[in-house]
Design a protein around this ligand. Sequence first.
Ligand SMILES: Cc1cc2nc3c(=O)[nH]c(=O)nc-3n(C[C@H](O)[C@H](O)[C@H](O)COP(=O)(O)OP(=O)(O)OC[C@H]3O[C@@H](n4cnc5c(N)ncnc54)[C@H](O)[C@@H]3O)c2cc1C
Length: 292
Amino acid sequence: MKPWPFEYHRANSIEDAIATLGRHGEGARLLAGGQSLIPMMNLGLATPDLVVDVGNLSDLAYVLVEDGVLRIGALATHNTIMEADASASACPMLVVAYHSVAHHTIRNRGTLGGNICHADPASEMPLVLTLLDASMVIRGARGERVVAAGNFFIDAFETEVEPAEMLTEIRIPAQAAGEGYAFEEMSQRKGDFAIVSAGCRLSIRKGQMTNVRFGLTGAGAQTRRMSVVEAKLEGAGPDDRLLAEAAELAVVNSDPSDDIHADAAYRLDLVRTMSRRVLAAAVRMTAKQGAL
Ligand SMILES: Cc1cc2nc3c(=O)[nH]c(=O)nc-3n(C[C@H](O)[C@H](O)[C@H](O)COP(=O)(O)OP(=O)(O)OC[C@H]3O[C@@H](n4cnc5c(N)ncnc54)[C@H](O)[C@@H]3O)c2cc1C
């Protein structure tokens, strides 16, 4: 299918992009890697009358570590981030999760900024960034604001970024030494969006789990950090029975619906299995690093 007619503007700076968005109003959309917006336009699901192409703003394609924070420019592609030494050293969980995101060719064009602004509830990165306590830098005509991942994702396909604003940077605090983490998903084919995915990170100090982060996609209408599961584990010893109980708690607190990919009962089964797996894997990882 072909998109509706639209005007095209290639931005030559962040300021130019923001000013153009501001002048044009709600009918304008930014174009980054085009891996979500172009299919949406071809299907008639997005009908912008102006597309502001920011894909050439290479100043925003960096991945670096500064003062214990992984800083990722909004236009860094998935593959650039996945392959960067800075990602591996500061946030290895991000790299592990990236192995489940799309196909190589899609990751060559798609950007992390575009991915999280699109905010597909089946997407891995909104969950991973939430579990990693990331924050997002959003720029508009009045300046810059920094929004925690927990507040950034408002609903399915809806974020804090206003129509005349642009996401410029993602900041992720470096993971603590000795921290355990795991990310798993079930999809119909490798590289497809997940039916259910689960992520967990935690540390163990003096035999007790601490800084527990746990969440799921595919378990409800949107990405969910499950604080009820985290609270059950925080401060407790990591025994197998408790981890199994925590996985059951994840099931009880999930509310998936039937769709063309899977029915709700199957998703709940996946929630149970994936939750158990990631919790056990994160504990095992801390044990291997001698943190128990
Ligand atoms: C076949 C296929 C399989 C895929 N599989 C997966 C998968 O398994 N998991 C997954 O997570 N994703 C998957 N994707 C989506 C992919 O990750 C996209 O690259 C990503 O969602 C969008 O990034 P983009 O740079 O292409 O953004 P674009 O498509 O250019 O833009 C997406 C949206 O974000 C907005 N936007 C872009 N950049 C900014 C910015 N800096 N500030 C404000 N708004 C901005 C745009 O206006 C648009 O609304 C898949 C895509 C395809 C085509």
